[in-house]
Design a protein around this ligand. Structure first.
Ligand code: OSB
Ligand code: MG
Length: 368
């Protein structure tokens, strides 16, 4: 279909309490939404790099400018019939994955709506219901953490992800393991460490964790391969997998045994599908990560999570976990313990509420 206009929205969304991770406290969520308009339809996307370039080198205002000034002008007025074609049209711009994702994802919603089918069916999802996990940031105290874990267990979550950083590491895990010896638990380090911390990871190896997510630097593969070779616990890469090519190299180096696929980080669904298939062929299972998006972004993540090589509960959470009121309609709710169910509506089946979009707006551009 021919792309007639691209609207870009930078929003700031309040969350209920700050999410504390190794690189700092996330106090509110700054995200980019795109509305892509063709003759007959429109599609929505969300790409959330966070307000500061602390998770990756991208940040929300930078993504806004990148989409407005460089990427959207490459698509407006063009006939785009596939995700690969869209990515080729953007390929003159290096990197800038979150920015490309905002356009790629909006195109996929537009495309699926044009077919009158839910996006998860268009991409070959195996069933509407997917497993999701609980996750808990760094807390004020071990008692506060144990109280949160008790709630997650009570709610029936099938796995627990704990943020992990210097000062909140072996002491924390040993207390958690003592209280919950059999729970499926993994830790997410968000690149807080280097190979100099190998002795700490060898200690951590005794706690039979499901995986250790992104222990080393955000753009590293080689040191992760060295670390994986000296641990029994699987390493899962998040930050390091920004492209199909990085995924291929990670497999070749044996840098990980799991891959967390995030739609924003890899430049959208087109690349996420290619990474999913590549990992499947290499015998590396995947799961879907998130960036605390609104329901619009999470609706895209749910579609990805329906694919067959998604083998571990994903980071998709009910709206009430972080938001008083979701920007997207409908909000995300659990359809059973530790699960959510994808839409029966065409596309992602979710749009931002017009009033809330206006209220949370930081800046807006229309490219036509
Ligand atoms: O590393 O997965 C991450 C949130 C913001 C930035 C990076 C990450 C996260 C999360 C989100 O861990 C967890 C969730 O969606 O439940
Ligand atoms: Mg992570």
């Amino acid at each position: 279909m021919k792309i007639q206009a691209i609207e870009v929205y930078h929003v700031a969304m309040p969350i209920i309490y700050p999410f504390r991770v190794s690189f700092g406290d996330i106090a509110h969520i700054e995200s980019i939404l795109v509305r892509m308009v063709s003759e007959k339809q429109h599609g929505w996307s969300e790409s959330c790099p966070l307000g500061a370039p602390a998770y990756s080198s991208e940040w929300t205002h930078g993504v806004f400018i990148m989409v407005r000034d460089w990427l959207a002008p490459l698509l407006v007025g063009k006939e785009v019939t596939s995700g690969e074609q869209l990515q080729r049209a953007l390929s003159g711009v290096k990197g800038n994955y979150f920015a490309k994702a905002a356009l790629d994802l909006a195109w996929w919603d537009l495309h699926a709506r044009g077919m009158g089918k839910p996006l998860w069916q268009v991409i070959g999802g195996k069933g509407a219901t997917v497993d999701v996990g609980a996750d808990i940031g760094v807390m004020e105290s071990l008692d506060a953490l144990l109280a949160e874990i008790a709630k997650a267990k009570e709610a029936g979550f099938k796995r627990l992800k704990l943020k992990y950083r210097p000062g909140w590491e072996l002491n924390m895990i040993s207390a958690v393991r003592e209280a919950y010896p059999d729970m499926v638990i993994h830790v997410d380090c968000n690149s807080a460490y280097t190979l100099a911390d190998l002795p700490m990871f060898q200690e951590l190896d005794r706690y039979h964790l499901a995986m250790i997510e992104q222990p080393l630097q955000h753009d590293d593969l080689l040191d992760h391969a060295r670390l994986q070779a000296s641990l029994r616990t699987p390493v899962c890469l998040d930050e390091s997998i920004v492209s199909v090519d990085k995924a291929r190299k990670a497999m070749a180096l044996k840098a990980c045994r799991w891959v967390n696929i995030k739609l924003g980080r890899v430049g959208g669904l087109t690349n996420a599908l290619a990474i999913h298939d590549l990992c499947q062929e290499a015998g590396i299972p995947c799961w879907v990560g998130g960036m605390l998006e609104s329901a619009v972004g999470q609706a895209h993540s749910i579609a990805l999570a329906t694919l067959p090589n998604i083998k571990y509960p994903s980071d998709i959470f009910p709206t009430s976990r972080f938001y008083h009121e979701d920007l997207g309609v409908p909000a995300i709710t659990l359809s059973g313990p530790s699960q959510v169910t994808a839409t029966t509506e065409p596309g992602i089946g979710c749009e931002p509420d017009a009033r809330r979009l206006e209220e949370r707006l930081v800046e807006k551009a229309i490219v036509e």
